[in-house]
Design a protein around this ligand. Structure first.
Ligand code: UDX
Ligand code: UDX
Length: 517
């Protein structure tokens, strides 16, 4: 019996009562459920079990959404990291995402479980998602470019070792094209009579909007050649995603599409950022240019916001991965083309730091600069590859004193990120400066107190409504704001005696600054 929902309406129940022989478990459906769908209360149904290895920014929210939308499917998210699992089981989730608390609260301990029991969760599951991290390789062949698939391979080995019967393995992690072949090979060579289908099902959610993206995805992509397995996975998403948005392809197209989507998105940001430099040199305004070109339906308005640079765990990693793949397959021109997207991003970050220094007489030594925002974008506590790391490291190199404020990133993370970045750049000698002259504060005004400049590095909404008069009273000359996200109201700031540099527009000077007062 199938009770399928239409369009984007509230989730409904899909209950399969046939094929009981293939069921791993049988469970009485609960009374509220039976009341909702109006079937007999004591009906027994086959319970599908899902296991997800990796309770990170992708695995956690994605599984929470599946569990919320499919109350009769048992979803078990496992991770090696005990403190992360403890946080998923607490009221302080390890991932900050608007709306995620409610989704987790609804499903947790009903049909959503978080634990470190990796092997038993694998053994019990019908479908196993691999959602572990795939960072850029830091050593050996392909270092700095290729993806490190060590964790994906370990998962495949573990799955092979503990599995019995037939299981569907789903690559949720972003992987280089043809990874599924390696996964299949490991499964085949190490399994004890178990059989597997391997599918690719990349995740396209963006952090900060993960819940909305999971609820209403532009598309769900499933790659694979086992029609029954593809259909089984598609049926899960079809509970709340319209069928026409569930795309199926072969394995390699699916794997490559994820890398390509991220490369195209990052390319748009680097493209508009390259134009932002030209705007500053010519008197054009990058937001006006973005609006003008984005009105062309062939270009479209999204992802044209000039910034201090893109960050996040995916864009750089995935483009470098693409570059490596192109080199591997003997396509150096294609590799070179995509590498420019990353190089332009690095240029944009250092251009911003240089702008701060050159606007302050090329002398930042002992000057206090407030840093507003450390996360790589608003509405997340994630700092992976955030441009704030590069800008802060540049300013520390100039011996500026920093006061850093972010509403969601905790101070340990900021100190950890900056310490690691100094170490990676061979600048451990500057750790003393970091310890003695970089403060992490919990209020933007406290950060700006006695500062000569403020650098806005994340577009948190609260920066749009900053009290300009209060800010001006707290700061000391030359009272400059470097807006790397174009969220500051320059007119209001100018009236209060603050001058504002906006990426892609250049300086808007306060009257006092122009008259030299
Ligand atoms: C995911 C994808 O997996 C990555 O490939 C994609 O590019 C971005 O999204 P993400 O969820 O952001 O990564 O990573 P992270 O938050 O680091 O979570 C991965 C989790 O896997 C961590 O909690 C880690 O402890 C866990 N893990 C890692 C395991 O449980 N086992 C391992 O062997 C390795
Ligand atoms: C990205 C992809 O959007 C998502 O589909 C994929 O699954 C993972 O990678 P994410 O990195 O979470 O998601 O966030 P995204 O919104 O894409 O932003 C990435 C970076 O680009 C951020 O630093 C953001 O501030 C920056 N950005 C984005 C801009 O500077 N300008 C823009 O117009 C858009």
């Amino acid at each position: 019996m199938h009770l399928l929902s239409e369009g984007w309406s509230q989730p409904q129940w899909t209950i399969t009562i046939k094929n009981l022989s293939s069921a791993v478990d049988l469970r009485k459906i609960d009374q509220s459920a039976t009341a909702e769908i109006g079937i007999h209360r004591t009906c027994w149904i086959a319970v599908m079990k899902i296991c997800c290895i990796g309770a990170g920014y992708v695995g956690g929210p994605t599984m929470a959404m599946i569990a919320k939308q499919c109350p009769e499917i048992q979803v078990h998210v496992v991770d090696l990291n005990e403190s992360r699992i403890a946080a998923w089981n607490s009221s302080q989730l390890p991932v900050y995402e608007p709306g995620l608390d409610e989704v987790v609260r609804e499903a947790r301990d009903r049909n959503l479980f978080f634990s470190c029991k990796v092997e038993s969760a694998i053994a019990e599951a019908d479908i196993i998602f691999i959602s572990v991290n795939t960072p850029t390789k830091a050593f050996g062949q392909g270092a700095g470019r290729a993806a490190n698939l060590e964790f994906v391979e370990k998962c495949a080995r573990q799955i092979a070792r503990v599995s019995k019967g037939h299981k569907i393995i789903v690559e949720k992690s972003t992987v280089p094209v043809r990874t599924a072949a390696a996964v299949r090979q490991i499964l085949a060579s190490e399994a004890n009579n178990a059989t597997f289908d391997v599918l690719s099902n990349p995740e396209f959610l963006a952090e900060g909007t993960a819940v909305a993206d999971l609820l209403r995805p532009d598309r769900v992509l499933i790659g694979g050649d086992g029609a029954a397995a593809v259909e089984k996975l598609a049926n899960i998403y079809a509970r709340w995603v319209p069928r026409e948005r569930i795309l199926t392809t072969n394995l390699w197209s699916s794997e490559l599409s994820k890398l390509t989507a991220n490369a195209f998105l990052a390319q748009r940001v680097s493209s508009i950022n390259s134009i932002s430099a030209l705007c500053e040199a010519t008197g054009a305004d990058v937001d006006e240019v973005a609006r003008a070109i984005g009105s062309d339906s062939r270009i479209g308005p999204k992802f044209l916001k000039a910034s201090v640079g893109f960050g996040g765990s995916c864009f750089q990693k995935d483009i470098l991965n693409l570059v490596y793949l192109c080199e591997h397959f003997g396509l150096p021109e294609v590799a070179h083309y995509w590498e420019q997207v990353v190089l332009m991003n690095q240029h944009q970050k250092s251009r911003f730091s240089r702008q701060i220094a050159s606007s302050m007489n090329n002398t930042l030594s002992d000057k206090k600069i407030a840093i507003w925002g450390f996360a790589f974008k608003k509405d997340t506590n994630d700092t992976r590859e955030t441009p704030a790391i590069d800008v802060c490291i540049d300013l520390i190199g100039e011996r500026a004193r920093l006061a850093i404020y972010d509403p969601q990133v905790d101070s340990q993370t900021i100190v950890h990120d900056l310490t690691k970045a100094l170490g990676e750049r061979g600048r451990k000698g500057e750790l003393d400066w970091l310890r003695d002259h970089v403060q992490i504060v919990d209020d933007p005004y406290v950060a700006a107190d006695q500062a000569q400049a403020v650098a806005v590095l994340t577009e948190w909404d609260q920066f749009r409504t900053i009290d300009s008069e209060r800010l001006s009273k707290l700061m000391v000359g030359p009272k400059l704001i470097f807006d790397g996200r174009r969220v500051i109201d320059a007119d209001r700031m100018n009236l209060a005696g603050l001058s504002v540099y906006r990426i892609g527009q250049g300086f808007r000077w306060a009257r006092a600054a122009v008259s030299g007062a």
